[in-house]
Design a protein. Structure first.
Length: 493
């Protein structure tokens, strides 16, 4: 009986748990409450994914109102996979968050922090699971509004400026998205995504539909921080509390990329807009620019969190590049990189959070000799860094290998060269941190080791271990991503 209601339980659990935090208020008890809720969401998403893999698409009608009059949750392989990413990262971040949050946020505001984290998770899961274009906007706003508050909790006063900039850019993105939805509703009379996928192809020549596509693309590109609409991201990641940075870097932009995939391949899938309109080469150009600009700017950063933030812009470029290729191999690469990037960026920002806890800074000059002082933390960082570069036996290699394969399949060998060259830029900025941590002496570092607490090391090494495991045996993730790509591209690309 419960099994058939899992899709709505996935959303209701964190949504109803968030206001309970306001009544609990005790910092430690509220952390336990939030952790239990996120741990309950993870098995639900695993069960949903297994059900989809076994029996196909799940359709859940809210209140037994049939679509398109009612809202439906429609879950296929793609969004079941993204649900797993969000709930998995949430479940790993919550145990990690306790000590970090107690160190970075005043005790009187900790209950608010966990309420906002649960709301943010609700929004991200809702965007992923819903089959209604307007409902997607509602969840987009739930996740965005809670994220603005989470970023503003940062210790540095610049966190307020970063949150304000994020609010402005996020509001513009959401406005563009809802205008696009409104234009589609004007000509089709429906908000249901499956319905739109049937009706939109018959209006492929309509200027209103073209305008809707433009608004949707710009709105979601802003949310995904696709170059050059990425200006909110570096400061938001750099000045947010460490636990927030881990969660956002591993989930928020991935969910926006998912929403973009849903628009391009589901709503406009039968039109094949990447081929019909000059969108493919525009997206490809922006993706390549992101890959190089993000990595090039990262090289010159002195704050490790900002460095990894610019690296994220480059990694989003790889995802969009895979999608723009419009082939099963390319889209598979883009989808599997959603998962792999969540692992590697999660472990990298977790390591920086532990360093911030011990030293009070993530400035590169203050990280000299940190490899000897915090050996386990920096070892996890190196694993994440190698994956970011795309070294074999790490998850990042699998994504980039498939991207190169997709480029060669299409006969675009210069594109394959560019993918390799942009990966070499990652070597430079990862090496900068490794060199400072291991090869530059710091007279102020005490000889006695001060490793991070076990509650930080365990989640960190779970993600680091997963990064290695899914680099050695990527069968499961590639099978799921490949099946999702084939569903999105029924003609096989």
């Amino acid at each position: 009986m419960i099994a058939q209601h899992l899709p709505v339980l996935q959303i209701l659990l964190p949504l109803l748990a968030a206001p309970v935090c306001m009544f609990i208020r005790h910092p430690h008890v509220v952390w336990i409450w939030a952790t239990v809720i996120t741990w309950m969401c993870l098995p639900i998403s695993i069960a949903i994914l297994m059900q989809v893999m076994k029996s196909g698409v799940i359709v859940y009608e809210l209140g037994d109102w049939a679509a398109p009059w009612g809202i439906e949750y429609r879950i296929d392989t793609l969004n079941a996979f993204v649900l797993l990413i969000v709930s998995m990262i949430g479940a790993v971040v919550m145990p990690y968050a306790r000590i970090i949050v107690e160190n970075e946020i005043p005790a009187s505001r900790i209950y608010l922090f966990y309420a906002m984290m649960l709301l943010c998770m609700t929004g991200l899961l809702g965007i992923t699971i819903t089959g209604d274009a307007f409902n997607l906007f509602v969840f987009l706003e739930i996740s965005s509004l809670s994220t603005y508050v989470l970023v503003s909790f940062g210790k540095d006063r610049r966190a307020l400026t970063a949150a304000y900039r994020y609010l402005i850019m996020g509001t513009i993105g959401a406005t563009f998205y809802i205008i696009g939805v409104g234009l589609m509703y004007m000509v089709t009379g429906t908000l249901n995504i499956a319905d739109l996928a049937i009706l939109v192809p018959g209006m492929a020549d309509s200027r209103t539909i073209h305008a809707a596509l433009a608004f949707l693309t710009v709105g979601l590109a802003l949310k995904a921080a696709l170059f050059p609409l990425h200006m909110w991201l570096p400061n938001a990641y750099a000045f947010a509390p460490s636990a927030v940075t881990v969660f956002l870097a591993a989930t928020a932009t991935k969910v926006a990329v998912y929403a973009f995939i849903r628009v391009v391949f589901t709503i406009f899938g039968d039109i094949d807009i990447l081929a019909a309109l000059p969108i493919r080469y525009l997206l490809m150009g922006l993706a390549i620019a992101a890959m190089f600009a993000g990595s090039a700017v990262a090289i010159y950063q002195n704050n490790a969190k900002r460095l990894l933030a610019y690296s994220s812009i480059a990694q989003i470029g790889y995802m969009i590049l895979g999608i723009s290729m419009d082939s099963v191999t390319g889209v598979t690469a883009g989808i599997v990189h959603l998962f792999n990037h969540a692992l590697m960026k999660g472990v990298l920002f977790m390591a920086l959070g532990a360093i911030m806890l011990q030293t009070g800074s993530v400035d590169l000059r203050d990280m000299r000799g940190i490899g000897r002082r915090m050996p386990l933390t920096m070892a996890a960082f190196v694993v994440g860094g190698l994956s970011l570069i795309g070294v074999p036996l790490t998850a990042g290699f699998v994504s980039k290998w498939y991207l190169i394969q997709a480029a060669l399949e299409a006969g675009w060998w210069p594109l394959a060269v560019l993918i390799v060259m942009s990966s070499l830029l990652a070597v430079i900025y990862v090496w900068r941190i490794v060199e400072i941590a291991y090869f530059q002496p710091n007279p102020d570092v005490p000889k006695a080791r001060e490793p991070a607490p076990m509650s930080l090391l365990m989640p960190m090494w779970i993600l680091a271990g997963a990064t290695i495991y899914f680099g050695i045996d990527a069968t499961t993730t590639l099978d799921i991503a490949g099946l999702a790509a084939q569903t999105l591209l029924p003609g096989g690309g």
